[in-house]
Design a protein around this ligand. Structure first.
Ligand SMILES: Cc1cc2nc3c(=O)[nH]c(=O)nc-3n(C[C@H](O)[C@H](O)[C@H](O)COP(=O)(O)OP(=O)(O)OC[C@H]3O[C@@H](n4cnc5c(N)ncnc54)[C@H](O)[C@@H]3O)c2cc1C
Length: 392
């Protein structure tokens, strides 16, 4: 390691995984003087995936790292917030209004995942990324850490961060196997060629039926991202994407608004189906100079739209802790203490929220909707404050 000053930390840092967590962490640590390299399993980085919602907590981190405006320009700012409705389009909950925005300090942005990854790569610099480098395992030897890749190559650094997602190879190297937990829902996602225009723009909508949900979000001037969940056993499959699309159009044709038109306007090849899993929060996020970031540390079901945002918060916390603490061991302990309670709260609440949102029984759905409508705004605003506050 080169000499460190109090504000600049010239550690060499290797990050496994080029997702939202890995790239944002690389940017955050590069900004404080670290020599960062990201190792990605995929041979090439392609703009895959559908859309993603970056909530105010993530947008505030992007602001502090200096590129929130770029994310807003390349995505779609939800100026009117997010509305949850029933199947008849009667509002159950309205979120992200002016009062909440004032508390949150930012707006949510919906963006294509591939475009977000491209923005992060541009900010970081592609020269910091090595593709076609699947991590096999990692090991600690005194003060140094070695990354062993599947192709036999090895790389040594001061600090190694596993941002390699829910099936993390880095986590497997550090701790015993963590069983995944099925959230009880399967999910389809797609990107439609559909201009939201003035009528549907600036707002995300989530429509709840019995055991099914459909979320619709403009991600730019010409495209909308959607997701749809269904309470189901794991392991189900569609005959093909065309039949999945037909089934979804049929299912949501009476929900009104732009639902059916958006589903119809989706190229079949963009439709992805995946069962939703998380894992029960783990006790430790680091060992020696190796730590976990994002889904590798705290994979969550997407019911609160927070998995990626929590990965972004990890990046911010790592910048703070590495910069402040005298040693890497102290920094990683501080990072775990700073982040684990909130990430754990998100994982647990998201899992429970999924069970409530995916209720099938009409009477229970009716009671749930009444309860949500009657919940005092002050309760919701308190939750928002906790969820969108950043570590300091
Ligand atoms: C349906 C759905 C909707 C969602 N919606 C939202 C949302 O609206 N907002 C939100 O904040 N979150 C959302 N999430 C959650 C979010 O997608 C994840 O939490 C987020 O992508 C985690 O980022 P990550 O960087 O930790 O991991 P990942 O995105 O999983 O990235 C891991 C990276 O590591 C690479 N990798 C894996 N193994 C290896 C290896 N052995 N060696 C090297 N590289 C490896 C992978 O190729 C990948 O590039 C959603 C999730 C789902 C499933």
């Amino acid at each position: 390691m080169s000499e460190n000053t109090s504000s600049q930390k010239a550690y060499t840092v290797h990050i496994v995984g080029c997702g939202i967590g890995g790239l944002t962490t690389a940017i955050a640590l590069k900004q404080i003087g670290c020599d960062v390299k990201v190792f990605e399993a995929a041979p090439v980085l392609k703009p895959v995936g559908a859309g993603i919602l970056m909530a105010p907590n993530a947008m505030k981190v992007f602001g502090r790292l200096g590129f929130a405006e770029t994310v807003k320009e390349r995505g779609h700012v939800l100026t009117r917030g997010l509305r949850v409705t029933n199947a008849q389009r009667r509002t159950i909950q309205q979120m992200g209004g002016p009062e909440e925005r004032a508390i949150a300090g930012e707006t949510s942005v919906a963006i294509h995942r591939g475009i977000l990854q491209q923005v992060l790569l541009e900010v970081l610099g592609e020269e910091h990324v090595l593709t076609g480098k699947p991590c096999k395992h990692v090991e600690q030897d005194g003060e140094r850490v070695t990354l062993h890749c599947e192709d036999g190559s090895t790389y040594t650094s001061d600090l190694l961060l596993g941002a390699d997602g829910i099936h993390s190879a880095v986590r497997r190297s550090l701790f015993s196997e963590v069983p995944l937990r099925y959230g009880g829902e399967t999910c389809w996602r797609g990107v439609a060629e559909f201009a939201a225009g003035e009528e549907w723009g600036g707002e995300g909508v989530e429509m709840w039926g019995g055991g099914v949900r459909l979320g619709l979000f403009p991600i730019n001037d010409t495209q909308c991202y959607w997701f749809s969940t269904e309470t189901a056993a794991s392991g189900g499959a569609d005959v093909d994407a065309a039949s999945a699309k037909r089934m979804l159009v049929e299912r949501f044709k009476d929900f009104g608004g732009p639902a059916a038109a958006i589903l119809e306007a989706t190229p079949e090849e963009s439709i992805i189906r995946r069962d939703l899993f998380d894992f029960v929060p783990i006790d430790k996020w680091y060992k020696g100079h190796i730590a976990l970031v994002g889904d590798a540390a705290h994979a969550t079901t997407p019911n609160m739209g927070q998995g990626g945002c929590q990965a972004v918060e990890d990046a911010w916390a790592l910048q703070l802790c590495v910069q402040r603490e005298a040693t890497l061991s102290q920094a990683l302990e501080a990072y775990e203490q700073m982040r684990r309670p909130k990430a754990m709260m998100v994982v647990n609440n998201s899992y429970s929220f999924g069970k409530v949102a995916q209720l099938r029984n009409p009477l229970l759905c009716w009671l749930r909707n009444i309860f949500l409508r009657m919940t005092p705004k002050s309760v919701y605003l308190k939750q928002i404050k906790t969820l969108y506050s950043l570590p300091s």
